[in-house]
Design a protein around this ligand. Sequence first.
Ligand code: DQA
Length: 148
Amino acid sequence: MISFMDNNNKRVLILNGPNLNLLGKREPGIYGNNSMESYFATLQERFPDVSLEYYQSNVEGELINKLHEVGFTYDGVVLNAGAYTHTSVAIHDAIKAISTPVVEVHISNVYQRETYRHTSLITGACVGVIGGFGMDSYRLAIEALLQL
Ligand code: DQA
C-alpha cells in the first residue's frame, strides 16, 4: 500500500498570548532576537502546503474568543499562552470546549526557570506540549500536529 501525507488545505493557527508581540525585543537572552513576524515567514516557507495563520493578543478573553472561532473547523492550534499558561483556568476550559487539537508551546524551557513557571494549567487540555527549543518549538509543534 502506498500512503502519503497530504497537508494541502490543512488549516493551522499559531496563537500567541501576552507579551509575545515583543519577541525580538523582549528579554533576547531568553527569547532570542527574532520577531514573530519574521519567524512566521520562515514557517510559511517550511510548510508551503499548510494554510498557516497567526494571531496574538495580550488579552485573555480575546485568546478564548479566537479558540472558539477556529476550534471546530481548523486542523490544529499551536498555542503559546505566555504567562496565562500558569494562571488561566478559562483558557484550559476553552481548549477542552473545542474539538480542534491544541499543542502547547514554549520558547524557553520553563522547567529551568522560576518555580511559578513549572505549573501549567493548560497542558492537561492539550494533545501535547513542546518547549525549550527556542522559536523552533513552533515548527516542532506544527510537525506534531500534522502527524496526528
Ligand atoms: C513562555 C514561558 C512563560 O512562562 C512566559 O510567561 C512567556 C513565554 C515561553 O514561550 O517560553 O511569556 O510561554
